[in-house]
Design a protein around this ligand. Structure first.
Ligand code: SAH
Length: 257
């Protein structure tokens, strides 16, 4: 579900969940990048409360849990992802500190000022970056951190093909300075912004997908939704190869004032 893609609503969600359940991550990222972002977050203790929003099956959450103290709550809209998330937490021996809950990022189940850290990789586009950072801020303590990845333009201009694709898929995509300004306007100190390396998209995202696509297509031969979905993923991967110098994911880390 890299899928800042409006047409995703035309596909069958259970098929998409099955497809993404078969791979370790549902969006671009890597353990190295998760740890790099965590390096900007200060003051976590065993009493800290952390939320991972749009956690998927928890690829990044388990990395976070192995390197940060405190309790982590993963929130995701899809029960099948949350089920796998909790299995993954148990398999890593983290079940006492890491719990997945079904819920929506539009209505988070936290108290105002409860959280020390809000994490979200490859997911805030579902609510929109500006709305997400603004609405989620209330759940952070003063001095708490927000760390999210967001699709961003690297250049002021870009070829029409990729511009049109993204403006349709996720109109919220913008340049890094614009995103940093949004962070500041929403009441955070922009602590860091760094570009995710290419391997977050290739080795950790598109390559694992390519490995499962044939089996998925074989299982759903003749199913138009499944075929269209895989074709869409392949198209997106091709576009990434062609235009990767113009866009990518950026980790934005902010500290609540
Ligand atoms: N963070 C994971 C998953 C990213 S994919 C990773 O990086 O691998 C985006 C995730 O957001 C999916 O798991 C999807 O189910 C979830 N999602 C989509 N809309 C949501 C919503 N409204 N509330 C909570 N989660 C949502």
């Amino acid at each position: 579900m890299s899928k800042e893609n409006s047409s995703i609503h035309e596909f069958d969600f259970s098929l998409i969940c099955e497809y993404f359940s078969a791979i370790h991550r549902q969006g671009p990222g890597s353990p190295e990048v998760t740890l790099k972002a965590l390096g900007f977050v200060e003051n976590l203790t065993q009493a800290s409360r952390i939320a991972d929003i749009g956690c998927g099956t928890g690829g990044q959450t388990m990395v976070l849990a192995q390197h940060a103290p405190g309790q982590i709550t993963g929130i995701d809209l899809f029960p099948i992802f949350v089920e796998l998330f909790n299995v993954n937490a148990a398999m890593a021996g983290l079940q006492d500190r890491v719990k997945g809950l079904v819920g929506t990022m539009e209505q988070l189940p936290f108290q105002p000022g409860e959280l020390d850290l809000i994490w979200s990789e490859g997911a805030i586009y579902n609510i929109g970056f500006e709305r997400g950072i603004t609405e989620w801020r209330q759940f952070l303590k003063p001095g708490g951190y927000l760390a999210v990845t967001e699709a961003s333009w690297f250049t002021a201009e870009r070829p029409a093909e990729i511009d049109v694709f993204w403006k349709d898929a996720y109109p919220g995509i913008d340049t890094i300075p614009h995103k940093v300004a949004q962070l500041q306007k929403a009441g955070y100190i922009p602590v860091a912004a760094f570009v995710l390396p290419e391997n977050c998209w290739t080795d950790h995202f598109y390559v694992p997908q390519a490995a499962i696509q044939e089996a998925f297509l074989a299982k759903y031969r003749g199913n138009h939704a499944a075929e269209a979905f895989v074709a869409n993923e392949r198209h997106e991967a091709r576009l990434y190869g062609k235009y990767k110098e113009y866009y990518g994911y950026v980790f934005y880390i902010g500290k609540k004032l």
